[in-house]
Design a protein around this ligand. Structure first.
Ligand code: ADP
Ligand code: MG
Length: 256
C-alpha cells in the first residue's frame, strides 16, 4: 500500500459535442488511493468525464493531471502541447479502464488476454507476464479459468477478467464505467467484490455506478452530476445520507 501515486486533479474542464456542453466547468481533486463514486442521471456526462481522464475525449477547456502530468499534453513554458499518438498511448498505461461491455479478446484464452498488453508494451517478458497473470487470476478468483476461452465464461467472470487485464499494466488509477450494468443481477456481487478488494489495495478508483450499497460501503467521495456539472460532492455519508441538492434527493429516491 504505497499511497504515493494516483492523484487525479481535474481543473475547470468543459467539453462540447457540437453546441451541447457535455462537461461544464468540472473540477475535482482525488487523493491517491481514494475511491470515488460518480452518480447522476443518464446523459449527465459521467462517461465523458471518465473518457477525458484517459484523453479518449479531448477537452475544450481546463485540464486534467495525474501525479502532476498533464493528460494528453506536455507543458513547455506557459503553453501546453498535445502529445503525439504514441506518447498518449504510453501515458494511458497509467490508467486502467473497465467498461460496461468487457470486450475481452474472444479468440484468446483467459491467460492470453492477461499477458498480451504487458508484453506489447514491453513491460514484462513472456515468462514474467504469465507469472503476473496467475497472480491477477488469484486477485479476481479465477485461477482455474486460465486456459478457458474468454467467450465461454459467464458475464461476471468476463468482467472479472477484464478487471485483471486492466490491472496487468499496473495502472496508477482505475476507472470503471458502469461495470455491472450489463450483468445479470446474480452476477453483480462477484464483480463488486473484486472492486472492493482493489479499493483496499491502494489504487485510486473512480467508479460510475448506480449501486448505492457499494457506494455507501466503499466510497470515500461521492460526486453527483447533472447536465455536465458537479452539483454535489462530499463523503458518502454527506451525499447519500444528507443530500443537499434537490436533484440528488430525487435521484436517490429513484435508485434506492
Ligand atoms: P452519461 O455517461 O452520464 O450517461 P455521457 O457522458 O455519455 O453521459 O453523455 C453526456 C452527453 O453528451 C449526452 O447528452 C450525450 O448524448 C452526449 N454525448 C456523449 N458522447 C457524445 C458523442 N461522441 N457525440 C455527441 N454527443 C455525445
Ligand atoms: Mg455513461
Amino acid at each position: 500500500h504505497s499511497g504515493q501515486t494516483g492523484h487525479i486533479s481535474i481543473t475547470g474542464v468543459s467539453k462540447y459535442f457540437g453546441r451541447h456542453k457535455a462537461l461544464d466547468n468540472v473540477s475535482l481533486e482525488l487523493e491517491p488511493g481514494s475511491v470515488t463514486v460518480i452518480l447522476g442521471p443518464s446523459g449527465s456526462g459521467k462517461s465523458t468525464l471518465l473518457r477525458a481522464i484517459n484523453h479518449l475525449e479531448r477537452v475544450d477547456e481546463g485540464f486534467i493531471q495525474i501525479d502532476g502530468d498533464y493528460i494528453g499534453y506536455r507543458q513547455a513554458g506557459d503553453k501546453l502541447y498535445e502529445l503525439k499518438e504514441k506518447e498518449i498511448l504510453r501515458q494511458r498505461v497509467n490508467v486502467g479502464y473497465v467498461f460496461q461491455n468487457f470486450n475481452l479478446f474472444p479468440h484468446l484464452t483467459v491467460l492470453e488476454n492477461l499477458i498480451e498488453a504487458p508484453i506489447a508494451h514491453k513491460q514484462l517478458n513472456r515468462k514474467a507476464a504469465i507469472e503476473q497473470a496467475y497472480q491477477l487470476l488469484d486477485v479476481v478468483g479465477l485461477r482455474n479459468k486460465a486456459d478457458a476461452w474468454s467467450r465461454h465464461l459467464s458475464g461476471g467472470q468476463q468482467q472479472r477478467i477484464a478487471i485483471a487485464r486492466a490491472l496487468a499494466l499496473r495502472p496508477r488509477v482505475m476507472l470503471f464505467d458502469e461495470p455491472t450494468s450489463a450483468l445479470d443481477p446474480e452476477l453483480v456481487g462477484e464483480v463488486l467484490d473484486v472492486i472492493k478488494k482493489l479499493a483496499r489495495s491502494g489504487t485510486t478508483l473512480v467508479v460510475v455506478t448506480h449501486e448505492i450499497g457499494f457506494a455507501r460501503e466503499v466510497a470515500d467521495n461521492v460526486v453527483f452530476m447533472v447536465d455536465g456539472k458537479i452539483v454535489e460532492q462530499g463523503s458518502s455519508d454527506e451525499v447519500l445520507n444528507h443530500p443537499q441538492h434537490s436533484r440528488t434527493r430525487q435521484f436517490l429516491s429513484k435508485v434506492l
